[in-house]
Ligand binder design. Sequence first.
Ligand SMILES: [Zn+2]
Length: 106
Amino acid sequence: MAKRPHPNTLPLPPQVLTVACEWCTGAGIIIDRADVTVGVLCAGCEGRGSRQLTIQPFSGRRRIDGIKRVRRSGGGVWMSMNQLPRTGKTKPVGISYGDFLRDKLP
Ligand SMILES: [Zn+2]
């Protein structure tokens, strides 16, 4: 009897990896632009020079309950769903979540 390949149906556990901080590239400080002899404590790693990444194996997009529409980032401007600034008129923003899950992009 031939042995069938075992499908990998069990999710792999997340792996934690210590990497150099991408803000300070491992220095723990960033050079002060006003005085290059001064190091500013890196806000990305609080001076450690490293960060921990959790490597989560990807097996397809995780779905989020309650999401109806998907839009592009508004450049830091947050507005309520379907609300246009000033006019107050409503217009569907972006694309439906269903379209997004079918690999369309807003
Ligand atoms: Zn850093």
